[in-house]
Ligand binder design. Structure first.
Ligand code: ADP
Length: 162
């Protein structure tokens, strides 16, 4: 059984992320979505909230498990008995950072590969950061987020403004 680990901040999970998960399942038998605390990114949602939203969005897909992890990603990948790290590649702008991470992870754990998948064009410009910006200015999120995730994001932004 081929297992892939898809790590990220998921603040919050978007259709871009779910597109990558769906594509991963064409290559892997099981995908573990690993939600990272990532305090350096100052997430809008705490770790439990982010985990809960990814779990909600993926609830109908049996081959997906959603967990949180702390520490070195490659340690988690080895502990989970997984074969590869999955990352999404949007535009050229993602490349430099992703290339650096893939190579450092390979140095840390020689047999852990990183697999890059490209999203559908309609999601290639989508990022959690852009989404938070749109939400902040009251824009519609229907095309980018699961309705419940959109509701929680609007609610969080409203509570921050009041
Ligand atoms: P991180 O903080 O690790 O970059 P993100 O949640 O921002 O966490 O992203 C997790 C992964 O999903 C990264 O590989 C990122 O490039 C990818 N990703 C995010 N949004 C999209 C998208 N719209 N299309 C394809 N990949 C995406």
């Amino acid at each position: 059984m081929k297992i892939g680990v898809y790590p990220g901040t998921f603040d919050p999970v978007t259709h871009g992320h779910t597109d990558i998960i769906t594509r991963s399942l064409r290559v892997f038998d099981k995908v573990i979505v690993a939600v990272a605390p990532n305090p350096a990114k100052h997430p809008l949602f705490n770790l439990a909230e982010r985990l809960d939203m990814v779990t909600l969005v993926m609830k109908d897909v049996d081959q997906v498990e959603v967990i949180t992890f702390d520490g070195l990603l490659v340690d988690y990948v080895e502990r989970a008995g997984a074969h590869a790290i999955i990352r999404g590649l949007r535009a050229i702008s993602d490349f430099e950072h992703e290339f650096q991470m893939a190579l450092i992870n390979r140095k840390l754990a020689r047999h852990v590969e990183t697999v890059f998948l490209m999203p559908s064009e309609e999601y290639s410009y989508l990022s959690s950061t852009i989404i938070k910006d749109v939400a902040h200015h009251g824009g519609s999120l229907a095309e980018f987020l699961h309705p419940e995730v959109a509701r929680r994001l609007h609610e969080r932004i409203r509570s921050l403004k009041s």
